[in-house]
Structure formats: structure tokens, C-alpha cells
Design a protein around this ligand. Structure first.
Ligand SMILES: [Zn+2]
Length: 247
């Protein structure tokens, strides 16, 4: 059994910053979809769940296609997978859909994309007009974010965005899906699940924050945050959660 996990699709000439490596170019994706439709034993999330919980047997070469985060470009994915009749699941950053929250890694990517030079805390200048340098900078910041406790993730990014030379565009180049998109996808049969509230690094969350990140459909005892109402959007029973970075 294999799960193929994607994040989104971009135009083949899209080279900007590290996101170009997070996404699959749309022409390659179309080819992969053609291949999967022809050769794969494609299973739905329901079948996968049944295999994990009830011992329902799947073919050894079964494949499930899944997307994480919930970028708006997944609407294009939906069109392609629908055409090939490939079932898929989508695990969204819930607060992005419900509240328009922009995940820290998207804020970082937008700023890096708009910046060519930044002055670091030691006074040195980091030049990043080339994509490879932008990726290197993004990687350095990610290491710091991942090392911080989860409640400090946004502060780490805020401090980087406040460095002299950083540009912080108001609009994002990588919008996320909205409620109406999710309703449309759910109505078209896409299995929608929880990819955490704000894509915090779960192993670095304390118990309270962990509950707010993953609680669905009920909040943990003592947690003030309301339940994550994904079920309200999709009109279906809640799906299993897909943890950020698989942890
Ligand atoms: Zn993710």
C-alpha cells in the first residue's frame, strides 16, 4: 500500500523560492495522473481507513492520492483528478480555510520572494536574488522555527520579517482554499481531513496547544478553543488527521 502525498501544482516555468519544490509542475502532474489512472489500484480514503481499523484487505499494489495544506491551486488538481476519475483526499490547515489565517511558511515564502538583500543580526548582508539563495535562507529560518516551541513559531518568523531589507507584501502569491471551495470539493466527493489548526510543529506543542491544533470534532477537556468545525463544511463525518510533516 502506498500513499502519494502532494501539496499542489504550479506552472512548469515556476522557479520562485522554495515553494517550487513543494509543488509539482502541472504537466508532470498530468502525466502522473494518466499513469496512475492506467496502472494504479487506486483506493479511497474510506477504504484506507477500513483497512487500518477493520482489517479490510487492500491489494498489495494499492495507491491512495493525498494533498496536504489546502492551497487554492488544488482546485486545478481537482479538475485533473476528476477527469482521470482518481479518488483523493485533502488535509487542510483548518484556520486558513475558516479564518483566512496565513500559515507562517507562506508568510515567509512571500517575504523571501519579494526580497533581494537582508541584513542579519550580526550585521552581515545575506544576498538572495537567486532562487537557490532564497531556498537557503528559507531553510535556515525553518530550522529555527522547528527548534522553537510551537507557541513561538510566529514570533520567530516575525523577527525574521522585521530584519532590515525584508519586504513583506500584503498580498500572498500562494492563496489557500476558502470555505466555498472546500464545500465544492466535498460535494464532488473529495475526502477532506484535518491537517491541524495552524500547521504548528506538533512535537513542539505543549498539551494545551496540541489540543487546539488537532482537536476534532471535540476540544480536549479544559481547552477553551471551540471544536474545529470541518464537519460543518463537508457535511460528513470527520476524517482522520494528517499531521504536519507527518509527525
Ligand atoms: Zn503540511
Amino acid at each position: 500500500m502506498r500513499v502519494i502525498a502532494y501539496h499542489g501544482v504550479v506552472e512548469p516555468d515556476e522557479q520562485s523560492n522554495h515553494f517550487a519544490r513543494l509543488f509539482t509542475d502541472v504537466e508532470s502532474f498530468e502525466q502522473q495522473a494518466t499513469l496512475l489512472a492506467r496502472r494504479g489500484r487506486l483506493v479511497t480514503l474510506e477504504e484506507l481507513e477500513a483497512a487500518l481499523t477493520d482489517g479490510h484487505r487492500l491489494p498489495d499494489d494499492a495507491i491512495h492520492v493525498s494533498f496536504d495544506d489546502g492551497f487554492a491551486n488544488n482546485l486545478r488538481v481537482a479538475e485533473i483528478l476528476d477527469r482521470h476519475r482518481i479518488p483523493w483526499s485533502l488535509f487542510v490547515v483548518v484556520d486558513s480555510v475558516l479564518d483566512g489565517y496565513r500559515p507562517w511558511f507562506v508568510r515567509l515564502a512571500d517575504a523571501i520572494e519579494a526580497t533581494s538583500n537582508v541584513m542579519l543580526l550580526d550585521g552581515s548582508v545575506f544576498e538572495m536574488s537567486e532562487p537557490a539563495r532564497k531556498r537557503e535562507f528559507a531553510q535556515r529560518v525553518k530550522v529555527q522555527v522547528m527548534a522553537a516551541m510551537a507557541e513561538d513559531h510566529e514570533d520567530v518568523v516575525d523577527r525574521v520579517l522585521a530584519l532590515p531589507g525584508m519586504s513583506v507584501p500584503r498580498e500572498t502569491s500562494w492563496p489557500m482554499l476558502e470555505v466555498r471551495d472546500l464545500k465544492e470539493l466535498a460535494a464532488a466527493g473529495v475526502a477532506i481531513g484535518n491537517h491541524s489548526a495552524r500547521h504548528r510543529n506538533l512535537p513542539r506543542c505543549d498539551d494545551h496547544l496540541l489540543a487546539t491544533e488537532v482537536a476534532e470534532p471535540r476540544p480536549a477537556a479544559g481547552c477553551a478553543r471551540p471544536p474545529r468545525p470541518l464537519v460543518r463544511l463537508s457535511g460528513r463525518a470527520p476524517r482522520p488527521a494528517g499531521a504536519p510533516r507527518g509527525r
